[in-house]
Ligand binder design. Structure first.
Ligand code: KIV
Ligand code: ZN
Length: 507
C-alpha cells in the first residue's frame, strides 16, 4: 500500500541544517534573502532555524515568521526539552502556519553512547516533549517529531514503531525519519519507511530527511516518496552537515521526470543554485548533477553526435532534461579532446560564427585530434586557428604566386607546383575563368563546377569569402574557401585551396 498520488510536500532545511554546517552561518538579513527565494521557488514548508541555538538564530526565526506568507508552514527546531520547545514556539508565533519540530535519537548506538539513556527513558522523554510542544503551540500549529538516527534503527525498529504510535497519540502529526548518517542503503531504508507508514494512522504525514554521506540521499528520498513519505526534507545545493542533505533540485527533477506533479517553480533552480553558492561560499562541484558547470558538457565523439542530433528536442540523447526546465540558459557544451570528432568541430566552428560543412569538419578533425592529444582540450580559439590554417588555407603542392592582368584582356598566372614554377598566359571570361583555364593549360586537371561569394565578419573586419565547388576525381563535390578583403584574391585563394584539397585526396 502506498500513496504515490499525493503531491510531494517540499520542506526546506537550508536555513537550519544547511545553515548549521556553514563556516559562517547566515545572519537574519541573509536568511531573509534566501527565505524570499524559497517562497518564489514555491516550497511548502521552511525550517527557519534552531531557535535555542543562539540569539541570532532566534531573531532570524522571529523575522522569517513575521514575513512568512500564509500558505507556508514555518517550523523551528527544538530538542526534547521544555526550554528548547518554548523558545521554538516563541520564535515563530507570528506565522500563520506554525510547527514545532522536536527530535531525539532512538538508535541503540546513540541512546547508549551519546544520550546515555535507556530506550524507555528516551521514549518517555519523546512522548512528554511532544505533549508539551502540542500544548505550547495549541491550535495555532502542529508538532513534528523526528527519530534522529532512524537509519540506524534496523535492530530496534519494533521499539521505534511502538514509540511512534504513542508519540502520535501525544500529538505529533508529522513523523520525520532521518537517515542522519547515511549508514543504511536506500532499499533497506525505504523498507523501514514503508513499515512505519503501514503502522501509523493514515492521516499522519511521513517525512524523510536523508543525509548524503555516501552520496545516495537523492535516491533514498525519491524512493521513500513512492513508499509513503509525502514530506521530503531537502536543502538548496544539498547544503547540510558533513556531505550535506538531500539536494532539493535533484529530488524535484527526478520526481518530475517520473511523471509526478512537483509543486515547485523549477525554472528558478539554476539561478537560485548560483545565488546559494555565492551566499554560502560553497562552490558548485564541476560535475554536480543539473547545476554543475560541466553538467551539460559532451566530449566523446559518440555523445557529441547524439547530443547534436537531439539538441533542440525536449528529450536529449545525453541529458536528463532540457536545460530550460531549470532555467539554465547555457546550452550543451562541446569540448574538443582526443576523444572527440567531426561533430564537435562542426558545432564549435558554427557557434564561433564561421561557415563550415560536415565534410570540412571531418577533414580537419584528425588535425585537431593530434593537437588535442598533446595539449588536452582545445579552446575555441585553437579550433578556429585549425579552421583558418586548414580550411581557409589548405597546404599542398600548389602555391599561388601572382596574377597579372594585361591590357588586351589576357592574364598571366604565376604559381608553383612542388618545386616547379609555372607562368601561364591565357584569356578567359573573367578572372575565375582565366585562372582555371591557365591551370588546365599547364596540364593539371581541374573540374570547376560553381562558386558563390559571401561577406563574412571576422573579428572587426568584414571580409569576402569565396566558396568554390569542384568535382573530385572520385566524383564527389569538393568545397573550398578563400578569404580576403579583396574579392579577387579571395577567388584565387579558393581555387588554389580547392586544387590542394583534390591533390591531397589523390595522395
Ligand atoms: O539529521 C538529523 O537527524 C536531523 C534531525 C534534527 C532531523 O537533522
Ligand atoms: Zn539533519
Amino acid at each position: 500500500m502506498n500513496n504515490t498520488k499525493k503531491q510531494p510536500f517540499f520542506y526546506d532545511i537550508t536555513l537550519r541544517d544547511g545553515n548549521q554546517s556553514l563556516k559562517k552561518p547566515w545572519n537574519t538579513y541573509e536568511k531573509e534573502l534566501i527565505f524570499n527565494h524559497l517562497t518564489e521557488l514555491g516550497v511548502q514548508g521552511v525550517e527557519v532555524g534552531f531557535a535555542a541555538a543562539s540569539d541570532m538564530d532566534f531573531e532570524a526565526c522571529e523575522r522569517l515568521a513575521k514575513i512568512s506568507p500564509d500558505n507556508i508552514v514555518i517550523s523551528a527546531l527544538a530538542r526534547c526539552t521544555q526550554n528548547d520547545i518554548i523558545k521554538a514556539a516563541e520564535s515563530i508565533k507570528s506565522a500563520k502556519k506554525q510547527r514545532i519540530h522536536t527530535f531525539i535519537a532512538m538508535s541503540p548506538f546513540n541512546m547508549e553512547y551519546v544520550l546515555n539513556k535507556s530506550p524507555n527513558d528516551v521514549r518517555k522523554q519523546a512522548i512528554e516533549a511532544v505533549k508539551f510542544a502540542k500544548e505550547t503551540i495549541g491550535k495555532n500549529g502542529e508538532v513534528q517529531f523526528s527519530v534522529e538516527h532512524f537509519g540506524d534503527c534496523m535492530e530496534n525498529l519494533d521499539f521505534v514503531i511502538e514509540s511512534l504510535k504513542d508519540i502520535v497519540k501525544a500529538g505529533a502529526t508529522i513523523i520525520n525519519l532521518p537517515n542522519t548518517v547515511e549508514r543504511t542503503r536506500p532499499s533497506i531504508f525505504v523498507s523501514m519507511v514503508e513499515k512505519v507508514y503501514n503502522a501509523l494512522p493514515k492521516d499522519i504525514i511521513i517525512s524523510v530527511h536523508n543525509h548524503n554521506d555516501l552520496g545516495m540521499a537523492t535516491a533514498t528520498t525519491v524512493e521513500s516518496y513512492f513508499k509513503g513519505a509525502v514530506q521530503l526534507e531537502c536543502a538548496l545545493n544539498g547544503l547540510g552537515e558533513r556531505a550535506g542533505n538531500t539536494n532539493m533540485y535533484e529530488v524535484a527533477v527526478a520526481l518530475h521526470n517520473a511523471g509526478i506533479d512537483v509543486p515547485l517553480n523549477l525554472s528558478k533552480i539554476y539561478e537560485l543554485a548560483l545565488i546559494i553558492s555565492d551566499m554560502s561560499n560553497v562552490k558548485i562541484y564541476e560535475k554536480a548533477p543539473l547545476i554543475g558547470p560541466e553538467a551539460l558538457a559532451h566530449r566523446s565523439g559518440i555523445h557529441q553526435d547524439g547530443a547534436i542530433k537531439t539538441k533542440d528536442m525536449e528529450k536529449g540523447a545525453y541529458r536528463p532534461i532540457h536545460p530550460s526546465l531549470i532555467g539554465r540558459k547555457d546550452d550543451e557544451k562541446f569540448g574538443f579532446t582526443s576523444q572527440s570528432g567531426k561533430t564537435a568541430i562542426y558545432e564549435i566552428i558554427s557557434e564561433a560564427g564561421y561557415p563550415i560543412t560536415l565534410g570540412e569538419a571531418q577533414r580537419i578533425a584528425p588535425i585537431a585530434k593530434e593537437a588535442a592529444e598533446k595539449i588536452g582540450e582545445l579552446s575555441t580559439r585553437n579550433i578556429v586557428d585549425i579552421y583558418y590554417n586548414n580550411v581557409l588555407t589548405v597546404k599542398g603542392a600548389f602555391k599561388f604566386v601572382d596574377f597579372i592582368k594585361s591590357d588586351n584582356s589576357s592574364i598571366k598566372l604565376k604559381f608553383k607546383y612542388n618545386d616547379n614554377d609555372y607562368e601561364i598566359e591565357t584569356t578567359g571570361n573573367g578572372p575565375i575563368d582565366s585562372c582555371i583555364k591557365a591551370i588546365k593549360k599547364a596540364g593539371f586537371e581541374c573540374e570547376f563546377l560553381n562558386y558563390e561569394q559571401k561577406a563574412l565578419n571576422m573579428g572587426s573586419d568584414a571580409v569576402g569569402m569565396t566558396i568554390m565547388y569542384f568535382k573530385a576525381p572520385d566524383g564527389s563535390t569538393i568545397i573550398s574557401r578563400g578569404c580576403d578583403e579583396n574579392t579577387f584574391i579571395a577567388n584565387i585563394k579558393a581555387i588554389f585551396n580547392g586544387l590542394n584539397i583534390i591533390e591531397n585526396m589523390r595522395k
